[in-house]
Design a protein around this ligand. Sequence first.
Ligand code: NAD
Ligand code: WQD
Length: 331
Amino acid sequence: MILVTGGAGFIGSHTCVELLDAGYEVAIIDNLCNSQRDSIDKIKQITGKDVKFYEEDLVNKEAVEKIFEENKIDAVIHFAGLKAVGESVQIPLRYYHNNILSTLVLCETMAKYGCKKLVFSSSATVYGNPHTVPIKEDFPRSTTNPYGSTKLMIEDILTDLHVSDNEWSIVLLRYFNPIGAHASGLIGENPNGIPNNLVPYIAQVAIGKLDHLNVFGDDYPTKDGTGVRDYIHVVDLSKGHVKALEKANSCTGVNTYNLGTGTGYSVLEILHAYEKACGKTLKYEIAPRRAGDIPECYADTEKSFTELGWKAELDIAQMCADSWRFTQNNL
Ligand code: NAD
Ligand code: WQD
């Protein structure tokens, strides 16, 4: 059985679908601090399979031990964490407490029960402002906010863990910009309050909840002056986790992979792709740059392709179409 921490969330729920479709048994631990219980029912509805759900906090050692007591956990995919960059600057202690302590409790419990295969959700944020693009896995790491620092620290903690005990098999996955939703329209991304991220924001403009998009800066040294990112369909990303799990099952060590498409799109390109998907013209205004943003960020995908046998397949049109379907069904 695979334990998925944060499995009720955006990427976790899609990954549970892919795991169940691939024939794995799945247990989820999630405290629902940033997700809803009905995503568990929707995972079951999409796959026609059952999952075990524990509504628990991963920092609660007794609760986590109970899960390992009740199930034979073969490997863990660890998504649980707080992820809002701006909020992490406002309440850093909460971010360090939640993200770091939950990982420590998880790893201590895994070690106690002899489960030493772990796939971890890291982020392209650990590359800071890269000196060049595309970004390779061996580029230097740095961060500019507490959220990013938790990712960097956890990468180091897991690496130290492997140094101390080489039976551990750890895969660090650095996601670029996950967007889109499941083709069923049942699961997707629905953040609380005003979205921080580009595509959830555009989705709310398209559905009429927000008036216009603020484009943060049009004077970057990029193709049209707006920020360039590597947007990846959440279903492609989830399939990458099944491949990472196979990797963790086949060898020990710490292996790090970028999960991106290798192609960068500007803010305006995404806006126009979304207009095509929803069939409407969407209002936007040029606003000042957002503090901490970098001009351009996209992945070198060579290593994940050669070593995991994985590459992204869904294009921007599909990402926007699936986001729009989910938005219409759920907002
Ligand atoms: P999400 O917020 O939708 O999912 C995270 C889940 O973890 C939520 O369901 C939340 O309730 C749960 N959770 C948080 N703290 C917990 C705790 N202490 N105990 C139990 N459950 C807890 O976020 P997501 O977009 O699905 O991201 C998943 C992971 O991927 C996160 O670690 C995030 O940092 C990382 N990541 C996300 C992105 C992105 O843009 N979405 C990019 C790079 C990395
Ligand atoms: C994308 C582009 C903005 C909103 C963040 C985290 C990163 C990772 C993914 C977790 C940028 C522009 C945005 C808006 C805009 N998460 N934008 N108007 O900043 O690349 O990455 O999410 O690990 O750590 O930092 O994603 O979607 O916020 O922004 O113009 O209202 O859209 O300036 O160029 P980002 P994003």
